[in-house]
Design a binder for this molecule. Structure first.
Ligand code: RTP
Length: 150
């Protein structure tokens, strides 16, 4: 049984650039387990809810417009300390501050097109998984199903 779950999302620019497989591969290689995934073209209202903590920031309207401009890949990942380690795999929010070897540090240069999202805490992961996956959020059933095969 995994000790922790997180919400990881490939943003519209990551999907458009064909980086979904690369991102999944990096999480799998590290040892984390994919327990839920879907591609969705989210509504403006859904993105506003996802980023409600940022409402009022000057970049918020542009962020909502961009995030609802095309499909994203929403994922639930499981594993030890996956919330914190997921953020490390992603790299710093501003790609220019991201270390080479991280996803953003290897593939992005613009904070407004930084390829991916990862929950910043266990509590926000829970909230985001519920928003994007609803009752499927726990992903635990999927994980058990996968484990039965090994
Ligand atoms: P995310 O939620 O997307 O994983 O990003 P984060 O926690 O690392 O950063 P946060 O502060 O929550 O910002 C959310 C997203 O807003 C965009 N942003 N633009 N100055 C700007 O133009 C600016 N600052 C942030 C980024 O796409 C960031 O990922």
């Amino acid at each position: 049984m995994a000790s922790e779950l997180t919400f990881i999302m490939v943003k519209p620019d990551g999907v458009q650039r064909g980086l979904t497989g690369e991102i999944i591969s990096r999480f799998e290689r590290r040892g984390f387990k994919l327990v839920n995934l879907k591609m969705v073209h989210a509504s403006k209202e859904h993105i506003e809810k996802h980023y409600e903590d940022l409402a009022g920031k000057p970049f918020y309207p542009g962020l909502v417009k961009y995030m609802s401009s095309g499909p994203v890949v929403a994922m639930c990942w499981a594993g030890k300390d996956v919330v914190k380690q997921g953020r490390i795999l992603l790299g710093a929010t501003n790609p220019l501050a991201s270390s080479p070897g991280t996803i953003r540090g290897d593939y992005a240069i613009d904070v407004g097109r930084n390829i991916c999202h990862g929950s910043d805490a266990v509590e926000s992961a829970k909230k985001e998984l519920e928003l994007w996956f609803g009752q499927e959020a726990a992903g635990i059933q999927y994980e058990r199903a996968i484990d039965q095969w090994v």
